[in-house]
Ligand binder design. Structure first.
Ligand code: SF4
Length: 249
């Protein structure tokens, strides 16, 4: 895996232990903080995570918008924002990533899979996404994320319960069993209206595809425009029955 830090913003926040905690210690934190923070504002949730995990906490972003990165930058300037650069992103998504790196006080970390698209084509045949999207997602998203999170005890996602039925249960502070990490979802309780209001109030960067019929944005081979009235994630892996890439299992 190649990890590229696309900004060199100094990390200004520190304070919590930089030593990794045991799995039992992390699960204990989830048990106690989960109930306490369920109704807390997103900034309070992020403040808790930064105070608790320090350098061993990062946020992730798909670059559909920069809301979580913006919020995290106000709480912890210089915080790591992990972006999975699958090699199949729309140019608009890469442009949003670069704009976030250039304008927000965060450290954008672009994480690439072990194999380039060309190398994957040579190993598995072309267009693996069309024949076995689960394997393609495993190779280009799930494994790179696992490797990227190795140095952290906790990670934040932009998951919102309003996005899909599958995400209704997303806890604000949860246990990521697959990776043995604390998973923080500061926006879990945010409605679409709350998200839009934050974007307006703070002039937050939004991927331009959102204004062009793509309310949910993933890799270009697996993302279609959504018709008016259809679910926001209905354009992802349309017609395949697949609804998630496997990161949020
Ligand atoms: S979303 Fe599509 S192109 Fe991207 S990793 Fe998954 S299967 Fe591959």
């Amino acid at each position: 895996m190649t990890t590229v830090a696309t900004t060199t913003a100094a990390r200004e926040f520190r304070g919590a232990s930089t030593q990794g905690r045991s799995v039992e210690e992390l699960k204990d934190l989830v048990r106690h903080a989960g109930a306490e923070l369920e109704l807390a504002p997103a900034t309070v949730i992020l403040e808790w995570a930064v105070a608790t995990f320090g350098e061993r906490f990062c946020v992730t972003s798909s670059m559909a918008d920069a809301v979580l990165a913006h919020l995290a930058s106000t709480v912890a300037p210089g915080i790591d924002v992990v972006f999975l650069d699958t090699g199949y992103h729309f140019a608009e998504t890469i442009g949003t990533r670069d704009a976030v790196a250039a304008t927000l006080p965060v450290n954008v970390v672009s994480v690439r899979p072990d194999r380039s698209v060309a190398e994957q084509d040579a190993a598995y045949g072309p267009e693996l996404f069309a024949r076995d999207p689960d394997l393609c997602c495993t190779l280009r998203k799930v494994r790179p994320l696992e490797q990227a999170l190795a140095g952290y005890d906790a990670w934040a996602t932009g998951l919102r319960r309003a996005e899909t039925h599958d995400r209704v249960v997303a806890p604000v502070i949860g246990w990521d069993e697959a990776r043995g990490k604390v998973k923080v979802s500061p926006l879990a309780r945010w409605s679409d209206e709350r998200l839009a209001r934050y974007i307006d109030e703070h002039g937050v960067l939004v991927n331009p595809l959102q204004y062009d019929g793509y309310p949910s944005i993933g890799c270009w081979p697996c993302t279609r425009r959504v018709a008016a009235g259809d679910g926001p994630r209905s354009g992802r892996w349309a017609g395949t029955g697949k609804t998630e890439c496997g990161i949020h299992r």
